[in-house]
Design a protein around this ligand. Structure first.
Ligand SMILES: Cc1cc2nc3c(=O)[nH]c(=O)nc-3n(C[C@H](O)[C@H](O)[C@H](O)COP(=O)(O)OP(=O)(O)OC[C@H]3O[C@@H](n4cnc5c(N)ncnc54)[C@H](O)[C@@H]3O)c2cc1C
Length: 538
């Protein structure tokens, strides 16, 4: 039943990690009346929607969790280094129950619009179920990777088989046994899904637009001694990840790779490779992200690994990235990904050498003029990252301005947490915050706690609105771009650079602070300590 005329202190949109903790924090710490609207059928966000085979986190489980609940850090046992989607969802359901979150959440409800009323200083929000509610504070916990990117492939409507997007997989799963399956895309999701699907399918055809550098995940049970040691030192772990560069216990080697001998760097590369996970990406030589010559040495190591793993020389060459530097795209973690291309039932169709996808036909996919017959197509084509879910809210700020209008040339925010002209509106892990370039629970908790402190301070000092000045916002945008422009990241056509979607204005979406998430946290705290410098409080 639709509710109208309801009024809250705060409305939170989304019930993933972000929305769950935001509710907990505002309700249980400040005593506010909060309503959470969630489009999905329960909590979980990413882990509710992404049910494709092989879906799991790439962050180590001991840090891919909430840290605000110290007892839960001790009690919860993760089964593996990188738990699968059902386990993470179970964890989030457990958190929701433990903190009685669902009583303030409304599921299967999508926020479709909202506007700020300059007379009452309140937001009105509308949903697809006909609800209309107002609140002083509006918090977007809509996720960075929640808006599915489905490229408009010609002919999809006439395909006679079944098709799915990885981020909208059916809850009942998909049986690939004995089927001819096509996977479109080779990003981090596809790299997880392809080896799993290849085990079931009669034939798997992988359509690759851009090859990626994959590094081994090395998933498995974690040594119980290590689990015990981490639990005994969780305060230390939390402190370190909060102060770290990427919200993880990874640290660059404080040395130029160009200053090493071939033997020394091979030893280091082997060590990182054997450690698995993000070590090769985030704990490599410090100039890897900045200097093409340094980067080439790291890339060369992976290229040699690909050539030694993939038996067919032609396929190996297709799998070797061309045209972008290592580490400038989201790092996929590989569990038998390259080995999968040694299987007889797996075929790689590479856009550069075999031809791009021309169209979907009744029977399958036509690429480079050749038709590949398929029973099922799986689109692993990612997301309209970061700005997509925010723009889809159709919010109107001061003077009826929309985010679409404000962001024609890419996102503009202050600290990635607020937008000029949108008073009392906060974005958790919004564009131009560390977000997707960090272990996200660390960044989520930081934003939630900062926003809670800010609202608490407003209530204590009797302020009814807060919004960034456009000068502070301009300076932040300039800073975000200046920092990233010193790296190799802008040279790649990645989703970080908004380049995965035709027509999306090219802009770097997250923030790569010179001192990482630790430095960013200090910056946010400093802004608050200076009476919310760069914001207008009225
Ligand atoms: C496959 C995959 C693997 C990942 N692995 C990692 C990892 O290893 N490490 C890591 O740090 N991060 C990872 N991420 C990023 C992941 O999104 C975050 O870690 C985290 O789950 C984000 O939580 P969130 O609550 O901010 O957003 P989400 O989990 O995306 O939740 C946002 C919620 O908002 C809802 N919503 C959006 N718009 C509306 C609307 N208009 N109305 C109502 N509800 C709305 C959505 O339905 C969604 O449930 C991964 C992402 C994906 C897709």
């Amino acid at each position: 039943m639709a509710h109208t005329g309801q009024s809250f202190d705060a409305i939170v949109i989304g019930a993933g990690f972000s929305g769950m903790y935001m509710l907990k924090s505002l309700r249980d710490r400040l005593g506010l009346a909060v309503r959470v609207y969630e489009a999905g059928g329960t909590v979980g966000g990413t882990w509710y929607w992404n049910r494709y085979p092989g879906a799991r986190c790439d962050s180590d489980s001991y840090i891919y969790c909430f840290t605000f609940d110290k007892q839960l850090l001790q009690d919860w046992e993760w089964s593996e280094r990188y738990p699968e989607q059902p386990e993470i969802l179970r964890y989030l359901e457990h958190v929701a129950k433990r903190h009685d979150l669902k009583r303030d959440m409304q599921f299967d409800t999508r926020v479709t619009g909202g506007e700020f009323d300059e007379k009452t200083n309140r937001w009105t929000v509308r949903t697809d179920r006909g609800d209309e509610a107002t609140a002083q504070h509006l918090i977007a916990a809509v996720g960075s990777l929640s808006d599915t990117n489905m490229p408009p492939f010609k002919g999809l409507d006439r395909f006679k088989g079944k098709w799915y997007h990885t981020s909208r997989f059916p809850q009942s799963g998909v049986d690939f046994t004995g089927k001819r399956v096509g996977v479109v895309g080779t990003g981090a999701t596809a790299v997880q899904a392809i080896p799993e699907i290849a085990q079931q399918a009669k034939q798997l055809v992988v359509f690759q637009r851009t090859a990626n550098y994959c590094v081994p995940a090395r998933n498995g049970k974690v040594d119980p001694e290590l689990v015990r040691a981490r639990k005994a030192d969780y305060d230390g772990v939390v402190k370190r990840i909060r102060e770290s560069f990427f919200g993880q216990e990874h640290y660059f080697i404080p040395k130029s790779v160009l200053a090493t001998t071939p033997e020394e760097r091979e030893r280091e590369f082997d060590r990182m490779w054997d450690a698995g996970g993000f070590a090769f990406w985030l704990a490599n030589y410090q100039d890897m992200f900045f200097d093409k010559k340094a980067n080439d040495l790291c890339a060369d190591y992976i290229q040699r690994k690909i050539r030694s793993t993939v038996k067919d020389k032609v396929v190996a060459e297709k799998l070797i990235p061309k045209g972008h530097a290592y580490g400038t795209k989201r790092q996929p973690l590989d569990t038998n990904y390259y080995e999968t291309f040694n299987k007889d039932n797996v075929l790689l169709v590479d856009a550069a050498t075999d031809g791009r996808i021309d169209e979907i036909t009744e029977k399958g996919i036509r690429a480079g003029g050749k038709e590949y017959p398929l029973d099922i197509i799986v689109f692993a084509t990612g997301f309209d990252a970061m700005t997509g879910p925010l723009k889809a809210l159709n919010l109107k700020g001061r003077g009826g301005r929309t985010l679409d209008e404000q962001w024609v040339n890419g996102p503009r925010s202050y600290l990635g947490v607020a937008v000029a002209g949108f008073p009392n509106f906060f974005t958790i892990t919004g564009p131009q915050s560390p977000s997707v370039l960090s272990n996200m629970p660390v960044s989520i908790e930081q934003h939630v706690e900062w926003i809670t402190d800010c609202i608490e301070s407003m209530r204590r000092t009797g302020k009814s609105t807060i919004e960034p000045t456009s000068q502070a916002q301009d300076a932040w945008v300039a800073h975000v771009n200046e920092v990233v422009n010193a790296t190799l990241i802008p040279t790649a056509n990645s989703w970080y650079m908004s380049a995965n979607i035709a027509g999306k204005p090219r802009a770097f979406l997250p923030y790569l602070g010179p001192e990482g998430v630790g430095g960013y946290r200090r910056k946010c705290d400093e802004v608050a300590a200076k009476g919310y410098e760069g914001f207008v409080l009225a």
